[in-house]
Design a protein around this ligand. Structure first.
Ligand SMILES: Cc1cc2nc3c(=O)[nH]c(=O)nc-3n(C[C@H](O)[C@H](O)[C@H](O)COP(=O)(O)O)c2cc1C
Length: 354
């Protein structure tokens, strides 16, 4: 079932069905044009440090897949391309390999390439007891997940929305924070959402137990309620069809989540709906350390290595163009440029909490 599910997620995202949130929140962040940039385009410096590693430009290809035969092709293209252009790369949930021994080579292929920062991945529901009675993932399995790809960091993904919609989703979420805290004593942990965003309260609690960085994965890009809705339609699962539709647009808008998490003063990867280097510039201007990109690169990664590198190079050129047009010679300069927040994002930020 698990193998099937990871393959289905990729098929659905690559297929004709709509899996996007209805609103593009990054477009609400408008960078003010500078007609006298006083910058040499060829000298723009996009390098940043993330978790102690230098990236050629501030991009993380965030975890998507692994654990079934076709995933090796995707992960290999992504890892090789990330090494070529000098950005970070994460694999999808490694439960299939570390618990069931399923297709470990679909993850370990990442070891063949010198990616500057590699991110292993496990799910928060898997580190606590669930009704199926299976042994929760503990420190030993977490170590194996990291070793399998030669990871520098372990992402623990938070996905309560997905679990709720998923026909076979886990129902228990009690004790995740405590377990994340235990893992954080042994490994550098990146706390990562999967499309519904991290709030300031959650960020505060995660920092308190020792996580080292956040990937906000907010609303505005791939909607996992939508992905699970399409799986439910295929299975004729009436209850999940209803839930998927109702919660399609659930979550904290990605730019809002970024602003909620920044006060923790830990590295923040802004993600959820980042689809271009211009979106990246918007997120960096708001204060992100780097941006995360998943659904937007899946098609290239499932086509060829060449297409994947090309997409990453275009992304880099868009980012540099946005830096040029705002007069930012470095990523630090980009944080100081003028930005105007409009639309639903502005309404969220100005909305009255009651
Ligand atoms: C096909 C697919 C599979 C995914 N699987 C995982 C996963 O196993 N673990 C995880 O942490 N996130 C997973 N994600 C979530 C992404 O890493 C990312 O947080 C989310 O898709 C939002 O970014 P986007 O709008 O750029 O797609 C997956 C995303 C996609 C598109």
């Amino acid at each position: 079932m698990l193998l099937h599910r990871k393959a289905e997620h990729v098929q659905i995202v690559l297929g004709k069905e709509d899996v996007q949130s209805s609103y593009r929140f990054w477009e609400d962040v408008q960078l003010v044009h500078n007609s006298l940039p006083e910058v040499d385009f060829d000298k723009i410096d996009t390098r940043v440090k993330l978790l102690g590693k230098e990236l050629a430009f501030p991009l993380v290809i965030t975890g998507m897949t692994g654990g079934y035969p076709g995933a090796a092709f995707i992960n290999r293209n992504l890892a090789r391309a990330a090494a070529e252009v000098g950005v970070a790369f994460g694999v999808g949930s490694e439960r299939a390999a570390i618990v069931k021994g399923a297709f470990p080579e679909s993850y370990s292929c990442a070891k063949d390439y010198s990616v500057p920062l590699k991110i292993a991945n496990i799910g928060a529901p898997q580190i606590i007891p669930q009704a199926d009675g299976g042994r929760p993932v503990g420190a030993e399995e977490a170590r194996r997940a990291m070793e399998l790809i030669g990871a520098n960091v372990l992402a623990v993904h938070l996905n309560p929305l997905q679990e709720r919609i998923q026909p076979e989703g886990d129902r228990n979420a009690r004790g995740c924070l405590e377990q994340i805290g235990k893992l954080a004593k042994e490994f550098p942990i990146l706390a990562k959402e999967t499309g519904a965003g991290i709030s300031k309260d959650v960020a505060t609690r995660l920092k308190r137990v020792g996580v080292k960085a956040f990937d906000v994965s907010g609303r505005g890009g791939t909607s996992f309620a939508a992905v699970e809705y399409h799986r439910a339609v295929k299975q004729g699962a009436k209850r999940q069809i209803r839930l998927g539709k109702t919660f399609w647009d659930w979550g904290i808008p990605a730019p809002v989540s970024l602003l909620e998490v920044l006060p923790q003063k830990l590295p923040v990867i802004a993600s959820g709906g980042v689809r271009s280097g211009l979106d990246a510039a918007r997120a960096l201007a708001l204060g992100a350390t780097a941006v995360g990109f998943a659904g937007g690169i899946l098609k290239a990664a499932s086509t060829s290595y060449g297409d994947t590198v090309e997409e990453l190079r275009l992304f880099e050129e868009e980012l540099k163009t946005a830096m040029f047009l705002t007069g930012a010679a470095t990523v630090v300069d980009l944080k100081k440029v003028r930005k105007i927040v409009t639309g639903q994002t502005a309404m969220w930020l100005r909305g009255h909490e009651i």
